[in-house]
Design a protein around this ligand. Sequence first.
Ligand code: 6R9
Length: 667
Amino acid sequence: MPSEKSIFLPNPDMARDCYVNSLKQYKEMYKKSIDNPEEFWGEISRDFHWETPIDFNRFFRYNFDITKGPVFTKWLDGATTNISYNLLDRNVQNGNGNKIAFYWEGNHPSNQKSITYAELLGEVCRFANVLKSKNVQKGDRVAVYMPMILEAIVTMLACTRIGAIHSLVFAGFSSDSFAERITDCKARVLVTADGAWRGEKLIKLKTICNQAMDICQQKGHTVDTCIVVSHLQRSVTPASAPKYETPMRDCRDIWWHDIVPKASTKCQPEWMDAEDPLFMLYTSGSTGKPKGVLHTTGGYLLYAATTFKYVFDYKPQDVYWCTADIGWITGHTYVVYGPLANAATSVIYEGTPFYPGNDRLWEIVDKYKVNQFYTAPTAIRALMKFGDDIVKKHDLSSLRILGSVGEPINPEAWLWYYKLIGKEKCSIVDTFWQTETGGHVLTPLPGVTPMKPGAASFPFFGVQPVLLDECGKEIKGEGEGYLVFSRPWPGLMRTLFNNHDRYETTYFSKFPGYYCTGDGARRDSDGYLWVTGRVDDMLNVSGHLMSTAEVESLLTEHKSVSEAAVVSKPHPIKGECLYCFITITEDAVYNDKLLTELKQLIRERIGPFAQPDVIQNAPALPKTRSGKIMRRILRKIAQNDKDIGDISTLADGGVVDLLFKTRPANA
Ligand code: 6R9
């Protein structure tokens, strides 16, 4: 297996044609981005349209030091623009009107279509006019719960056209989770589809939305308009398809096809201040309550555009494909905003990697001659197990750059990706970033950075990473510590929706003067950064971030559970999985029925992706004398690792032995 010493040099043929083609050039550009951000980002901003020009006297201001007043970041304050105008009108004016913006590939291989930049502009304007007719105004939130279809992108851009804030929720979240998010942001309008097929499974989106809207109503918040795309009737369905009558309600629910085609394809863009909100997106918080990460207009546009251009080295003839769902930040920045800002042609795919066969992704790469392919380690690990032959059936020679995102990539998966998918000629970009960072912050550059499997390597332009020890002292040179950033780049989130206090405490209070990622990282002797994983109580299951507190509080809602502790355990495909310890009430029995109920509870309340792998009966939990659960020890028990270190602070040492002895058979 490759180690920290293994270095894979970029393919020299490729490097010649890259925008950045030497480490020397990267270093010069990086230095300029740090020493003179006005000049660096100012030059980039000239590619875009600003209705009110940028004022270079107030290009960029910030405070990261909570002890010196409120934390804030502002870029290009006072300049005005519109994102949809820059992504669509500008590209149409530049001669890209007939260029394909998206190839859409449906769940079934015979479902496909494409849309040009000019067509997309028309559709976006149409839907923007519909939203206006429903009284959606600048600053209003629009909730979106959609499958991977073109209308999802049209909805996002239509919101930006009129200055509304879209709030997408991944359509794998349960109705409870969705309702919590709708109520938090007080969205009055919801956009969804009747349903969607994922492989041979029907996802009844509208039914879930109805349940969510009912829950909102009970909490005192009303969604008054729900616009529904009729997607199932145009989808090729499996022979065994069950019948599904879309539950629609008079007055509130409207079919997309009943209103959108009638609307005008012209809509004046709303000119937005660079610091006006663009969108919000919820991410898990370590207390269990999701955080509404808010991004603004000008800085996000520049950052999405620039990271996309350089990290994927996107050239005008390329076909790019990011497999992320639009319900996650990767789907926002690298399915929608970054590619469109560069007039790119992208593939979007509705289905799963396993339908109709386990080679579907490779079939799509071959079909569209994809040049840049961007996916998650969990998908790579899941596909590795089907062997090499099914990959070799397809011509993957169009590939030039392979991206990875969502969690650390293990060397086995990296090598498989590099050798079998990339044929040892592609650059792998292991991009580290977060919902909060808006775009890539640590990443190799293709053709340039010598690659180390598993290392996110070096900072992107404008980003200044620092490693701190527990006391907040900077670790210079080799070492491991908290990964923080000492200054903002244009794409950093500005606040948490309606909760600036939580923004300051979550990200800026532990180390005043720094944005704290919540991840740990190590710097090796060559200066490469390796992200080692979360240092807070968060888990990353198949790239889905969730908090242990969230799952624990659900488990204890069950009448038979008196106490619960959840830790992560390494998993060969998911990266991490949930390992739960439960203490049951005196009259309860620990049996299969209870386990099924608990798993079902979590699936229903959070989503299927959160289902625990192991639930262990724990008559007691290891606690400190002050009563704090010692998760460090529980993690060791989950991994059956007897090397538990110092347990002198433990109130009762006996429980540890007991828990080791009673690990369930499936653990
Ligand atoms: C983009 C995205 C963010 C968390 C982040 C970290 C983990 C993401 C990674 C990575 C190691 C990478 N993470 N990319 N860890 N190497 N290349 O995934 O956003 O859903 O907010 O998750 O994911 O732990 O803090 P988000």
